[in-house]
Design a protein. Structure first.
Length: 602
C-alpha cells in the first residue's frame, strides 16, 4: 500500500537499533554473559532483577510480569506512541532516512513534526535567554540575583538559566527574525492568546525544563520585579503541550540519571532552585516534579535507576504533609525511603546560600529513615501522655505499616510504635488488625494502595504443536523444511496455527526474520510466548534440533491419523452397487493400509 513505511526501512531500523542502549536509558542493565543483560523491570515494581534483554536477538522479556517485545514495542509502551510513531522515533535516533512503499510519501500515516518544531523553538529561546543573562547589560540584575543565591557561573551554564527581557514584545520580534511564522508562534504558548505579540514570560529569571534527552520542552519563570505581590505570580510555567507532559517529566532528570545509577539513590525536592543547589553541592541525583505533587508516574521514571528515595521537601506544614503522602507512595512501590530534616533554612536553596555546600551535603548524609521521621512527627502532633493521644498516634502510623512490603519490616515497625507509645504489643496489634473498624476521629486517611498487578494477556495453550512452532521461531532457518511437510490446516492449536500463518506470510514476502515476526505479534498473547522462549534459551543447540525433529514427526503422525480416521469413516459408510464402486472401495482400503504402515515406521 502506497504511503506505508517500506519493509526495507523497517528492517534497517531493527538492524541499527541498539536495544540494550535504548532500554538502558530507562532501567539499569547489567551484563551476565555474552550479550545477555538483566535489570529490574520498568513495567512493574520489583527489587530482584527478572527483566532480560537479549542484545543479539534484540528482544526483551520480563519473567515476572511477562511484558515482552522488541525495540519498537518498548518505545510504544514507554513513550505512549503508536507503531508508526515508534518507527519514526527510532529512525531519527539512528539517523535513518525513512523510505515509503512505491517511493511515495506517507499517505495513511503523516508524520506530525509539531513536537520536533516546538522543541527546536524552545531550545533556541532558552539559548537566547541564557545569552542575555550572561552576556548583556539587560541580564545584569538577574545574574546578580542568581549569584546572591549562591549559584556559580558553571551551574548557571549547566542548567542553561536565563533572563526574559522586560520588553513584552521583544521575544516575538526576535523569533520572527529567525523565520518562525505568526501561526506557529501563536500555538507555542510563549505568547498571550489575547495579545499575540506580548510574550508570556517577561522580566523573569528563566529555568528551562529539559526532557530526558536534555532538550528544552518548557519553561518556569520567576518574576524579578513585582509591582503588586498580591496579584503578580511569583512563578509562571509553560502549560502541558505535545512535547511537555508533567507526569512524564522530572526537572534535571537528564543530569541526574547517571548519578542515580551509581548511587542507586534519588532525592526529590520541591523546587527547581533546590535541585540546582544540590547539584552545585555535588549531590547530582536530585530532581523535582514540575508544579505537581509526586505521583506514581514520576516514581516509575526513576525505577531501575534508584533503590532509595530521599525526600527533601520544605520544612513548612505543606511540605511536611507532602512528605507523609510521598513516603506511603514510595514504600508501596518498593523503595527504601529516607527524609532530610532541613536545618538552617526553609529549603535547600536557602541552606546553600546561607551556609554553603558542605552543610547541605552533611544534611544529606544524616538523612533519617522514614519510620523514625514519622514516629518523631507523631510526638509533635499528639499528646502521647494521654490514652486518646496514643490511640490517634497509632492509627496515624498504621497506613505506613500497610505500605511496607516485607512482613518482617511491618513487625519491626510495630515494635517501634509499641516502644514509643509504651503500650503492649498485643493491644497495638489488635488495633492494627481492626484498624478499619475502630478508627479514632481526626486521623489521616491512608493513601490508596498502588495497584502492582499487571494486566495479563490470555495465556497461550502450550502443547507439542506450540512448542514445535516456538522452536522453529528460535531457529528460523528450519522453516522452509517445516513448510514443505506441513500446512497450517494440519495444526489444531489456534495459537500455533496463527504463528505458522505469520511465518508463512513472512517467508512468502522474503522478510522472514525475528524482528518482523515479533512486529506482527504486537499486542497479542503470542508475543510473551515468543519472547519467553527466546529469553529462556529453551530451544537452542541440540535441544532445538531435537524439538524440531519431534515436531515434524508429531505433525506427520497427526496428519496420518487424521487421514486414517477419515478413511475409516468412508470405508464403513461406503455402499457398493457396481463393480466400479467395489474398485473404489478397494482403493480406499489400500490407502488406509499404506498409511497405517507409514505410521508404524515413524
Amino acid at each position: 500500500m502506497a504511503g506505508l513505511i517500506s519493509k526495507e526501512t523497517i528492517n534497517q531500523i531493527h538492524a541499527q537499533t541498539d536495544i540494550v542502549a535504548l532500554i538502558g536509558e530507562t532501567t539499569k542493565l547489567e551484563r551476565r554473559s555474552g550479550n545477555d543483560w538483566w535489570g529490574c523491570c520498568p513495567f512493574h515494581n520489583e527489587k530482584t532483577a527478572s527483566f532480560h534483554v537479549d542484545g543479539d536477538k534484540k528482544m526483551f522479556y520480563c519473567f515476572s510480569c511477562h511484558k515482552s517485545g522488541n525495540a519498537i514495542g518498548f518505545v510504544m509502551e514507554t513513550q505512549s506512541m503508536k507503531y508508526v510513531e515508534a518507527l519514526q522515533y527510532l529512525a531519527k535516533r539512528s539517523g535513518i532516512q525513512i523510505q515509503y512503499q512505491d517511493g511515495k510519501g506517507p499517505e495513511e500515516f503523516v508524520y506530525d513534526d509539531t513536537k520536533d518544531k516546538l522543541i527546536d523553538l524552545y531550545d533556541r529561546t532558552a539559548s537566547m535567554f541564557n545569552y542575555i543573562l550572561l552576556e548583556t547589560p539587560q541580564g545584569k540584575e538577574a545574574l546578580e540575583y542568581l549569584t546572591k543565591r549562591g549559584l556559580t557561573r558553571e551551574t548557571i551554564e549547566k542548567f542553561k538559566l536565563g533572563y526574559a527581557p522586560a520588553d513584552i514584545k521583544w521575544l516575538k520580534k526576535f523569533l520572527k527574525s529567525k523565520n518562525f511564522s505568526d501561526e506557529f508562534l501563536a500555538e507555542s504558548r510563549l505568547f498571550s492568546s489575547k495579545y499575540p505579540d506580548i510574550s508570556f514570560f517577561n522580566d523573569r529569571v528563566m529555568f528551562p525544563i529539559f526532557n530526558r534527552h536534555g532538550q528544552t520542552v518548557a519553561f518556569s519563570g520567576r518574576i524579578l520585579h513585582s509591582k503588586d505581590p498580591k496579584t503578580d505570580r511569583k512563578y509562571m510555567n509553560t502549560p502541558e503541550m505535545v512535547q511537555y507532559k508533567k507526569r512524564e517529566t522530572l526537572y534535571a532528570f537528564n543530569f541526574a540519571r547517571n548519578p542515580m545509577r551509581v548511587s542507586k539513590t534519588c532525592i526529590f525536592c520541591e523546587g527547581n532552585m533546590d535541585v540546582i543547589a544540590y547539584h552545585q553541592a555535588g549531590v547530582e541525583y536530585a530532581v523535582a516534579t514540575c508544579g505537581t505533587a509526586l505521583t506514581e508516574d514520576h516514581l516509575k521514571l526513576i525505577k531501575g535507576f534508584a533503590e532509595t528515595v530521599i525526600l527533601a521537601f520544605d520544612s513548612d506544614a505543606a511540605g511536611q504533609n507532602a512528605t507523609v503522602k510521598s513516603i506511603l507512595m514510595c514504600r508501596q512501590m518498593g523503595f527504601t525511603v529516607k527524609i532530610i530534616r532541613l536545618k538552617g533554612g526553609k529549603d535547600a536553596s536557602e541552606i546553600l546560600q546561607n551556609f554553603g555546600k558542605d552543610n547541605l551535603t552533611n544534611q544529606v548524609a544524616n538523612s533519617i529513615l522514614d519510620s523514625d521521621y514519622l514516629l518523631n512527627r507523631l510526638g509533635e502532633l499528639y499528646p502521647l501522655d494521654t490514652p486518646e493521644g496514643k490511640a490517634k498516634a497509632a492509627f496515624e502510623f498504621f497506613p505506613y505499616i500497610d505500605s511496607l512490603q516485607s512482613y518482617s519490616h511491618k513487625e519491626s515497625c510495630l515494635d517501634q510504635l509499641c516502644q514509643m507509645l509504651n503500650l503492649s504489643p498485643e493491644a497495638v496489634r489488635r488495633d492494627y488488625q481492626n484498624r478499619n473498624q475502630a478508627r479514632p476521629q481526626n486521623t489521616t486517611t491512608p493513601v490508596r494502595q498502588v495497584n502492582n498487578q499487571t494486566k495479563q494477556l490470555p495465556k497461550v495453550q502450550m502443547n507439542a504443536e506450540m512448542r514445535g512452532i516456538l522452536a522453529v521461531i528460535c531457529n528460523l532457518d528450519v522453516f522452509p523444511e517445516i513448510a514443505s511437510q506441513i500446512d497450517e490446516n494440519d495444526l489444531k492449536n489456534p495459537h500455533a496455527k496463527e504463528l505458522f500463518k505469520i511465518l508463512k506470510e513472512c517467508s512468502q514476502e522474503n522478510s522472514l526474520s525475528l524482528p518482523v515476526v515479533v512486529d506482527r505479534c504486537q499486542n497479542t498473547p503470542l508475543l510473551p510466548a515468543i519472547t519467553q522462549a527466546i529469553s529462556s534459551k529453551a530451544y537452542e543447540g541440540d535441544q532445538a534440533e531435537s524439538v524440531v525433529r519431534d515436531f515434524i514427526k508429531f505433525m506427520q503422525k497427526a496428519k496420518l491419523e487424521n487421514r486414517i480416521a477419515e478413511l475409516q469413516i468412508l470405508i464403513k459408510t461406503f455402499v457398493v452397487v457396481t463393480e466400479e464402486d467395489s474398485q473404489a472401495l478397494n482403493t480406499l482400503i489400500l490407502e488406509k493400509m499404506q498409511l497405517e504402515n507409514q505410521m508404524r515406521n515413524l
